[in-house]
Design a protein around this ligand. Structure first.
Ligand SMILES: N[C@@H](CCC(=O)N[C@@H](CS)C(=O)NCC(=O)O)C(=O)O
Length: 202
């Protein structure tokens, strides 16, 4: 069995849980909990960066981050399922993933400002700087969204990103970019694994 270390609420972890479910790999995976704050933790032993998700393969090899894990799942499923073989399509899909991951990085940093720094040290210009990345990316996505009928690393990441913003509310994307609401509705039909991997309470 492979061991996937992540919380249910991590948006990057959700990418991997969703990809595994979509590709029918869940019977080969055990999910184990992760705690980014615990000092002597399995997560830090498995990934010096202390970031989830981490996947331990059957041969003991450890791989991270979510992008590498999705690539491995695609390989296990025969290849070309989540990452297209056609080169230009592949570049577009990987870039869509990079954009969504970048939004999640900025969104996570906004959450960490509140979690890791005392209130008197919160720096609004820095929070606005991160929020700017999110707003520009959403505006871009509203103009040029990936095809929501295709399930690939780009659309999986985009959906997990929107789900994370729904939970943590760094921005009100449903109001500012309503076309992405339709996008997510269409994607949920194409990829039931999205709803199936929603964390309870998130
Ligand atoms: N690029 C990484 C990002 C992973 C990441 O930032 N995970 C967060 C949880 S959502 C984390 O573990 N944060 C702990 C930390 O940054 O110390 C990936 O794609 O897996």
């Amino acid at each position: 069995m492979m061991i996937l270390r992540t919380t249910d609420t991590s948006p990057f972890g959700r990418k991997t849980r969703m990809a595994a479910l979509h590709l029918g790999l869940m019977d080969r995976i055990v999910i184990e909990p992760a705690d980014a704050l615990e000092e002597d933790s399995a997560l830090r032993r498995e990934n010096p960066l202390g970031k989830m998700p981490v996947l331990t393969l059957e041969n003991g090899q450890r791989i991270y981050d979510s992008r590498v894990i999705l690539e491995h799942f695609d390989h296990l499923a025969g290849g070309g399922r989540l990452i297209p073989n056609d080169w230009n399509e592949r570049l577009a899909v990987l870039t869509a993933q990079a954009l969504a991951d970048g939004v999640m990085d900025a969104a996570v940093l906004i959450v960490y400002e509140a979690r890791h720094r005392p209130a008197e040290l919160h720096h609004q210009p820095w929070l606005d700087y991160q929020r700017g990345k999110i707003e520009r990316a959403l505006a871009w996505l509203a103009i040029a969204p990936p095809d929501p009928r295709q399930v690939n690393v780009g659309t999986i990441s985009t959906a997990c990103m929107l789900g994370y913003l729904d939970w943590r509310k760094q921005v009100d994307w449903r109001k500012t970019t309503p076309s992405l609401v339709d996008w997510l509705t269409a994607f949920r039909v194409a990829a039931p694994a999205f709803d199936a991997t929603k964390a309870s309470g998130a």
